[in-house]
Design a binder for this molecule. Sequence first.
Ligand code: ACO
Ligand SMILES: O=CC(=O)O
Ligand code: MG
Length: 544
Amino acid sequence: MSAVLQDPQPKTPAGVVVTRTLAGQEQLLSPAALAFLADLHRRFDPIRQQRLQARIERQADFDAGALPGFRADTADLRNQQWRVAELPTALLDRRVEITGPTDPKMVINALNSGASCYMADFEDSTAPTWDNLLTGQRALGKAVAGTLDWMAPDGSKHYVLKPFEQQAVLIVRPRGWHLDEKHVLVDGAPMSASLFDLGLFAFHNARALAAKDRGPYFYLPKMQAMEEAALWEAVLTHIEATLGITDGQMKVTVLIETLPAVFEMDEILHALRKRIAGLNCGRWDYIFSYLKTFRRHRDRVLPERAQVTMTQPFLKTYSELLIHTCHRRGAHAMGGMAAQIPISGDEAANAKAMERVRADKLREVRAGHDGTWVAHPALIPMAREIFDTWMLGAHQQSVLRNDVHAKTDAELTEALLKPSLGTITRAGFENNVEVCVRYLAAWLDGNGCVPIHWLMEDAATAEISRTQLWQWLHAEPPLHLDDGTPVDGVLMERALIGLPGKFADRMQLPGAARIPEAIEMLVALTEKDTLEDFLTLPAYARID
Ligand SMILES: CC(=O)SCCNC(=O)CCNC(=O)[C@H](O)C(C)(C)COP(=O)(O)OP(=O)(O)OC[C@H]1O[C@@H](n2cnc3c(N)ncnc32)[C@H](O)[C@@H]1OP(=O)(O)O
Ligand SMILES: O=CC(=O)O
Ligand SMILES: [Mg+2]
């Protein structure tokens, strides 16, 4: 009888190369997992590339003066009566959602926080180093299995999960379609970061979550068109079939956080109708997208960041149209993130910041949102109290916002694109420079979310600062500050010269060692004739 020889080293599937190693990664990146990812890449990456090309062509039209608007070819779909599939029980009441990166301590704190849901974020708040991604996937896998714990490095606290029934409902946000995962090559090409993040999480956890009727659930970021939603639909349907999960079991919530997408909300809901649970007002990326779309439109330059609040007409209309569209179709209309976080050691400043969060949450619930986001656990009780007071049921889908329905497409379009009134001050300009440098330095150092002047800064908020600087410096005819100073290279140089004074606490800054590199990057990005599409694209080339 001949012995059956077993290969002691399981093989990496043909055509797949993993270019980095982290201790213990073989468990996550088993041959079966890699084969699953490679299959996703081969099936769907060609379509992703087409969608990315379509973005470039559309932007070229905007640069030439075209304006976004509702699509003529889908007017029937917008006018017809249809609804999305029934929402699962776990996603009926989403009044407070906490978001945050996926390191083990954050995951435990967020799941234990008392929020209704936790969005575990591989996107805006995660710098996608190999270490961060795999540590995050591992932490989420253990959280799903109920075995996640974490010991503070100094041994002072052991973090453990609360019982499952008391945990926030887990929702995972993969990175957007524009990003590659350069450490996994399939047939010589980097795979899509979206497919890597979602695919790997689903491969390891989908069956276990489906068995608990907990999805899996996902937040899908930064889409620009219904065709991109259709791509996600095809991916998710394929994953369900491959893993043997019921068709439509995996639910998604889509962030409406690009200007082109706000005109295709019905279309996006329709493309994902068997699995979509809601849309979310991702306001920070939305502002970034407004800036980016109108990079060459001198008449739509926004005022400095602090003046671009949700009461600006274009943002108010965006959130109201989102509420109307969702409720008409049976989906939840989620609010977004106020950037203020608790300020320790200054009671008066803290009270002011908390008042701003309170006003923001109150505006959302009164407008008809079904839930909101918080960046920090200390904000949960306030957000919950406001939604408990104003939202009597699990949601308020009965608030149809027929006032929005009464508007014509032309009226809505005008309001959604309306230029904003306001100014650019020296402080606003310098703040943009400081935020870019500090955030970039932290990101390059592996930290994707940092407090700066007691505001939460992540990839979306930093993009606003970066894009504003580029647009202001390239505007024709040139712009001026409110005091008459020209916005030009001299102003930029002065802001950079003034930076060291703002970095007196330099050694305590996240990513301090990478500040010179961040300055060099910012200068290159703002001097370039064309606006780089995403800050994270050139930055990603510099990590790992
Ligand atoms: C535009 C968008 O995309 S918004 C979505 C993406 N952005 C986010 O998700 C922001 C998430 N928030 C954060 O990362 C953090 O709150 C920060 C970086 C802004 C501030 O974090 P810190 O400086 O650690 O805050 P602070 O020291 O006050 O934290 C106190 C405790 O709360 C925990 N905590 C803070 N924020 C979170 C969070 N979002 N989720 C879970 N726990 C949190 C900390 O881990 C810390 O725990 P510990 O007491 O056990 O040590
Ligand atoms: O992802 C959220 C946003 O505001 O951007
Ligand atoms: Mg975003």
